[in-house]
Design a protein around this ligand. Structure first.
Ligand code: KG4
Ligand code: ZN
Length: 472
């Protein structure tokens, strides 16, 4: 056993290309448990299990290969307890999850009121709102789980993509908790978390799989080869589908307090989806990229031509006005989703060529809570005998569970940072990644229609993880 432990690779920072062993004291699982135990006696000591690696530990791929679940003994899974913190956009969320996927608590403080008032996320106001509630949200998560910080094994936190000002609030809190209680910290990619939470609810979901991630700020089709290894098949060239739902709701005068998407979905049920002939975006581009800016304009024009006044709330609209709004909602939703369907079909074909063993399409992110989206995409995957995996709605929209779970997946394979100091200096430079791709672009899928803003984009998560693996 001792020799196996000595043979373990030192942990490396999940994201920075620096092997921590070269800077810090070698930090094996064993060292970690001793360190924690020495400084901070725990009520129930967490036993870090032996990692089982293939015999040839010198080959790079022997380390941290994650296609199987490498560290997954029952006691490891039950004893591992991770706090996840999410503040990348307008929801302040925290959750505590066990290594076996048991959700011990989940708390979300939404800024929907601010969103309804200002019709969008204002970064400075969102930052202030996060700062006001972050301590309480984390405390509530601990209380609901009947735990104290001392009983945690690690803290996971979103470091990007998202709004810098907002990300900073979560990262500062995570570092304060981790530093004060001597806990390792795991940096999480928000979009990876949207995809991986599907593995918490569907235990059969193995890599590789295809994922469609649809939210307020992102429209991504990614092929998930392995943990930390993604190929981007498509992304949006302008707006994401969630943004189109939100603007449609605003212009139709709908109640935005639960965000625009659910309001449009509900009103669409009353409307005739064939009544307004919106055109499907990017039909002529045979790739997997998305565009919703043009559809937004079409909706705006349709609303103007029917003299709908957004200042008149839906509840006060005449029945003719109401049915006209419902027709627009239904027609918009139909075409917005037709665009998803068309892109997904192509992505499935591409994905099956690259990874013929894929069996699942994961659909996650806030818009994946939409029942119409789910039903239509289910029909797409059935054509290819694949299975659709959609997390439940409260795990599709931003939440702390997905961050904690992604932390767990990475912790299991040794991707975490050692505990930070109890107090960061005032001028500490936080590692925040507001614009951060998940994977490298699929070269054959490049579109001439792309007008993507490329300025100041951080290297992708996948390229960082792959480079780190090669350095092992
Ligand atoms: O993933 P998420 O919670 O936050 C981001 O990372 O953006 O997604 C929020 C987006 C919003 O645009 C919201 O309107 C949309 O998800 N959304 C929906 C539904 N529920 C939330 N869109 C359509 N139908 C829904 N039921
Ligand atoms: Zn999100």
């Amino acid at each position: 056993m001792v020799s196996s432990l000595l043979a373990l690779p030192s942990t490396f920072s999940r994201l920075n290309l620096v092997q921590k062993s070269s800077i810090f004291i070698p930090f094996t699982f064993k060292a970690l448990s001793l360190l924690k135990f020495h400084k901070q006696p725990r009520l129930r000591p967490f036993n870090y299990p032996l990692l089982h690696f293939p015999s040839s530990l010198n080959s790079p791929e022997a380390h941290f290969s994650t296609s199987r679940r490498p560290v997954s003994s029952k006691s490891f899974d039950v004893d591992l307890v991770v706090l996840g913190i999410e503040t990348s956009c307008d929801d302040t969320a925290a959750a505590i999850v066990r290594g076996n996927g048991e959700i011990l608590s989940q708390v979300v403080s939404s800024q929907a009121d601010l969103l309804a008032r200002y019709g969008g996320v204002a970064p400075k106001m969102a930052e202030e709102a996060h700062s006001q509630v972050i301590d309480q949200v984390v405390q509530d998560a601990l209380d609901k789980a009947s735990l104290t910080e001392r009983e945690l094994s690690a803290v996971a936190v979103t470091i990007g993509p998202g709004l810098s000002l907002c990300l900073r609030v979560g990262v500062q809190k995570a570092r304060r908790v981790a530093g004060s209680f001597n806990l390792p910290i795991i940096s999480v990619h928000h979009m990876e978390a949207h995809a991986l939470v599907a593995r918490l609810i569907e235990k059969e979901l193995q890599f590789p799989f295809l994922a469609l991630l649809i939210s307020g700020g992102h429209n991504l089709l990614v092929l998930a080869h392995d943990l930390g290894h993604y190929t981007q098949l498509g992304t949006t060239i302008d707006d994401a589908i969630g943004e189109a739902f939100d603007k449609t709701a605003k212009w139709l005068g709908l109640d935005m307090r639960k965000s625009g998407g659910p309001a449009v979905e509900q009103l669409a049920q009353e409307g005739d989806a064939e009544s307004v002939r919106f055109s499907i975006p990017m039909k002529q581009h045979k790739d997997c990229n998305f565009s919703y800016a043009g559809l937004k304009t079409q909706v705006k024009l349709a609303i103007a031509s029917r003299n709908i006044d957004a200042k008149v709330p839906l509840s006060c609209a005449s029945s003719l006005d109401r049915s006209s709004r419902a027709d627009i909602a239904a027609s918009f939703q139909r075409v917005a989703v037709l665009h998803l369907e068309e892109r997904c079909e192509r992505a499935v074909e591409w994905a099956l060529k690259i990874e013929p063993s894929i069996k699942h399409l994961v659909v996650s992110g806030g818009v994946a809570s939409n029942q119409y989206v789910r039903a239509r995409l289910d029909q797409v995957v059935q054509k290819y005998s694949l299975q659709l995996v959609c997390p439940p709605p409260n795990l599709c929209t931003d939440n702390g569970v997905m961050i904690a779970w992604t932390g767990i997946e990475n912790f299991r394979v040794g991707r975490y940072d050692p505990p930070p100091p109890a107090n960061d200096p005032d001028d500490f430079m936080y590692d925040l990644r507001p614009r951060w791709p998940l994977g490298e672009e699929y070269a054959e899928g490049r579109s001439e229609a792309r007008s993507l803003r490329r300025a100041r984009v951080h290297p992708s998560l996948s390229s960082l993880v792959q480079a780190s693996l090669q350095q092992q």
